[in-house]
Design a protein around this ligand. Structure first.
Ligand SMILES: [Zn+2]
Ligand SMILES: [Zn+2]
Length: 107
């Protein structure tokens, strides 16, 4: 990921030394469930209990950062969806995290 994008993400998150928390690369968290909608990857959680986070969304090019609220989806077991509010496709539960992602990272 371009460092300029990382810097912008840290600014959106309120600055500080959060840059160390920015992941070095991104793959889409939405799996194969979001035909036509933007890919999306979590960049950085905002400090505090809000659960809000900076996400990057992109099509083939032109990644865009935004601060979004967390999805309110909740499983009967108490797990919460890991995606952002209004995400396309199905919820993403912690147990769905697959170490082999779909491989479609940022260009
Ligand atoms: Zn995707
Ligand atoms: Zn969800």
């Amino acid at each position: 990921m371009a460092s300029a994008l990382a810097e912008s993400a840290v600014e959106l998150a309120g600055g500080g030394d959060a840059s160390e928390d920015v992941l070095p690369c991104f793959t889409c968290e939405l799996g194969d469930k979001h035909a036509g909608a933007d890919h999306a990857a979590l960049v950085l959680f905002l400090p505090g209990p809000s659960g809000r986070a900076v996400w990057v969304r992109w099509q083939r090019f032109d990644p865009r950062l935004s601060v979004v609220d967390p999805c309110v989806g909740e499983e009967s077991g108490g797990d919460v969806c890991l995606l952002f509010a209004g995400h396309p496709g199905g919820h993403l539960w912690p147990e769905d995290i697959d170490p082999v992602r779909d491989g479609r990272g940022l260009p």
